[in-house]
Design a protein around this ligand. Structure first.
Ligand SMILES: [Zn+2]
Length: 76
């Protein structure tokens, strides 16, 4: 069901959240053709809304948890 032509390029430190200006970890490609960037915080906050309007959501928030080994989340 993925018919997106643009290859998923990784987000960089230059990509900023549209809401707060923090580093973006989510790229949302809209059904209308636009594109939004969100930090992990706002990505989570708007996720239910985004899923209604997104053609594709590139989620790189996993890179955050790689560097921030949180205690109490040990389900491996
Ligand atoms: Zn933000």
């Amino acid at each position: 069901m993925t018919t997106v032509l643009t290859p998923a390029s990784p987000l960089t430190a230059a990509d900023r959240c549209d809401r707060c200006g923090a580093q973006a970890y989510l790229r949302v490609v809209l059904l209308s053709g636009g594109e939004l960037l969100f930090c992990a915080h706002h990505g989570r906050k708007f996720e239910p809304e985004l899923k209604k309007i997104a053609a594709e959501i590139q989620d790189e928030t996993g890179r955050l948890t790689e560097t921030q080994a949180s205690a109490g989340d040990d389900e491996r």
